[in-house]
Design a protein around this ligand. Sequence first.
Ligand SMILES: [Zn+2]
Length: 210
Amino acid sequence: MTERVYFTSDELTLNAQVVSCTAQEDGRFRVTLDRTLFHPQGGGQLADRGSIAGVQVEEVINIEGDVAHIVGRHIPVGAVEIAIDPETRALHARLHSAGHLIACVGQSLGWLPSKGHHWPGECRVVFERQSDSEPLTGEVVEEAVNALIELDAPRHLSNQEGVRSVCFGTLPLHGCGGTHVASTGVVGRIKVLKFKEKKGLLSVHYDVAQ
Ligand SMILES: [Zn+2]
């Protein structure tokens, strides 16, 4: 099983070993590494971009609980350097971390965060209304999240019995396999773009400042 080094490290380059490189039916190759910095698509977050031994990685996906790196040409088994595209990683981590902060703000007012989608241009957090949910508006969410960003609260990671959890400052811990900023200030300001409740499901659409 590939060691997911991005769980504990923000490094963008790493020496790793290609364990296998298998031809796929579509003419591309599936590379398995002993350890990786590539976050695969999943958990509401897009995959990292970058390269293995200078070969561009086209897709990163979870297959049977392991990380599969899809590339356009064969990479021999053995030592390689992997490199993550810093701009994509930074944007995805900012959008995803903003989602955590929105979830925490809603949760503190009695809304149950049930879904997060943190793709550039289509970010949203969905909450389920509870019997004790307090009134909430887009302005309240935006103001509270931007106050948390202003605090520049540090990220805390924990990895207990294989379950990886993340929180910022003293906010609640959430189980999560994504990539995150090192402190909330890195998110930059957020803007709530759309705020809509339908059949007890509240969707908060947002973006981060450019
Ligand atoms: Zn997360």
